[in-house]
Design a protein around this ligand. Sequence first.
Ligand code: GUN
Length: 287
Amino acid sequence: MPAQRLDGAALAQTIRAQIATEALDVAKRLGRPPGLAVVLVGENPASQVYVRNKVKACGQSNIHSELIPLPANTQEAELLAVVAELNARADIDGILVQLPLPEHIDSHRVIEAIAPEKDVDGFHLSNAGALMVGRPLFQPCTPFGVMRLLEHAGTTLRGAEAVVVGASNIVGKPMALMLQAAGATVTICNSKTRDLSAHTRRADVLVVAVGRPHFIQADQIKPGAVVIDVGINRLPSGELVGDVDTTAAMSVASAITPVPGGVGPMTIAMLLENTMTAARRKTGVPA
Ligand code: GUN
């Protein structure tokens, strides 16, 4: 039987429709809509697409958004000044600085400059630490979206073997913490792990986030596994593919996320949810 397709686009749509209603309620309480500021430095084409999608999604969910495009030669001090201004604005609940930043800017310094209570990416050290000790203020959007998708699919995590391939601060590391918090036994691998297949073949839940097209083949997947493909890679032909050879994996896995239409839309839905959480906290009603 071919694997079930985990339709992130459909679940994200449901979540966004719910947020659209809740945002109107929060707007009534605050006297203004929830607000998200998105800062984009430079002209990375992939980042431009992501940012455009994030801003568009806000509009459809009754969340005010502001896109702040800055030239690629923006100095770190100028970017820090923009962040400081956004920190001080009462009508902005969430701040997102799109990564990667140009090399002359220290992204850690910029992330640490964002007020933790507006850090809807969950990347600030205090938010990363809060997640590590099991008291997250905001959970990073991509792994948060993966958890929602797994929950929706009814995947058992307690006692399961989960393997995460990729150890980035944005996806792999927070993903591992969230899976562990849900009761899974977690192994974190990377693209250089010796005998990677020995690990991936043990995985009841396999999350792949390395950014390499078709990095994981069907014979590296345990029969019946749930496979989450976080990668979005553009082939020279223009085709978008994930980090997993999805077509072949369909005959081995029990469930798998498509690319596109799997994890990507869930990332955006969780960004909206985190922005709502930030705004709701200001209403005095527990978020
Ligand atoms: N670049 C790739 N993913 C993300 C994300 O979730 N947030 C930000 N700020 N930048 C990214």
